[in-house]
Design a protein around this ligand. Structure first.
Ligand code: BMA
Length: 326
């Protein structure tokens, strides 16, 4: 009888995970053919709410294979996108870290500074490294340089300090392993107290690599942190998305972690493109009026798509997940 109840609870959680996101019927919402200048791929966008608009800072891969970032704005986050006529944030050619372009940004609003912090990947032969820029308007940016040594990716600041220190989620490669780490800084320049936050899990869908997805989402129950997980198969790599809950005032404490993924590649635009089998979220916007969360992601490293969920459903689901044992 106890066994049966256990199975029922697991089945009901699988259903919650399966139904958590609804992919928008109008996907993909942005494609290379929408771009005002030639582009091979538009994908992995960071997102922010600016006044009443949704702003995406989209990774654009040019015809050399190098990337830069361009802003697209929409009144509703789904349609009527206005795309900057030229690149918004390009590689600094005087920086040896940015010779091969900029990739995969995340955005967070820093309440204390009253500015947006944009973390992105600067790429060169030295390997990928995380850089920081701050902006008020996404027209002018102050570049604060690189944060930690290569190889490092998939980074975002938390919007506020904890015990006086800024906190950065990121994904360094340590001893060849790709886990998610948390690091701290008093001034956004000097980083330390590095700690492991979310590990890969042997045999699971996220066994080979994990990395932060969108920026952390603050809720009364804790920080919702979506992450991508990779499994390498004989047919290639599959990129899917899982969910964790971190303690609100001590985000180094992992409270819950989903066993199963909540978003995976299935639609044609996620299977066909430069890299099929990839959903790669890098931005989210919460609409307080409806309690909906729009999760923006790169589909098959070629287009931008969005999946929609409800924040209460996310919390209900993650609270039904096992307590994290790490
Ligand atoms: C990761 C990053 C992403 C990319 C993903 C899937 O390592 O490089 O930019 O979307 O692979 O190819």
């Amino acid at each position: 009888m106890e066994m049966e109840n256990g199975n029922m609870a697991e089945l009901s959680r699988w259903k919650k995970a399966h139904d958590l996101f609804k992919k928008y019927d109008g996907n993909p919402i942005l494609s290379p053919t929408d771009w005002p200048y030639p582009a091979n791929a538009v994908f992995n966008p960071a997102s922010a709410k600016l006044n009443t608009e949704t702003l995406l800072l989209v990774r654009v891969e040019d015809m050399r294979g190098f990337s830069h970032l361009t802003v697209a704005r929409s009144p509703n986050g789904l349609t009527d996108w206005h795309i900057d006529p030229e690149p918004t944030l390009e590689a600094d050619q005087s920086s040896c870290e940015e010779k091969w372009g900029l990739e995969d940004p995340r955005i967070v609003w820093l309440e204390e500074q009253k500015q947006f912090a944009v973390t992105y990947v600067s790429f060169s032969e030295g390997g990928p490294v995380v850089s920081l820029a701050i902006t008020k308007n996404f027209r002018t940016f102050a570049r604060l340089g690189t944060l930690l040594p290569p190889e490092d990716k998939d980074a975002c600041l938390f919007p506020r300090r904890f015990n006086g220190r800024f906190a950065l989620i990121h994904r360094p490669i340590v001893r060849g392993e790709a886990h998610i780490w948390l690091s701290f800084s008093p001034d956004l320049k000097h980083w330390g107290d590095h700690q492991l936050l979310i590990r890969t899990r042997a045999a699971y869908w996220d066994c080979h690599r994990v990395g932060l997805a969108c920026q952390p989402i603050e809720t009364p129950q804790g920080w919702l942190v979506f992450y991508h997980g990779v499994r390498s198969t004989t047919a290639g790599q599959i990129y899917r998305v899982g969910l964790t809950l971190l303690d609100l005032n001590a985000p180094w404490k992992l409270l819950r972690r989903s066993d199963e993924w909540v978003l995976g590649p299935a639609a044609y635009y996620e299977q066909i493109g430069d890299v099929g089998g990839v959903v790669f979220p890098t931005g989210a916007v919460v609409h307080n009026e409806t309690n909906q969360l729009y999760l923006y992601y790169g589909a098959a490293d070629t287009t931008v798509a969005v999946a929609i969920t409800n924040l209460d459903d996310c919390i209900d689901y993650i609270m039904s997940c096992p307590e994290a044992d790490e």
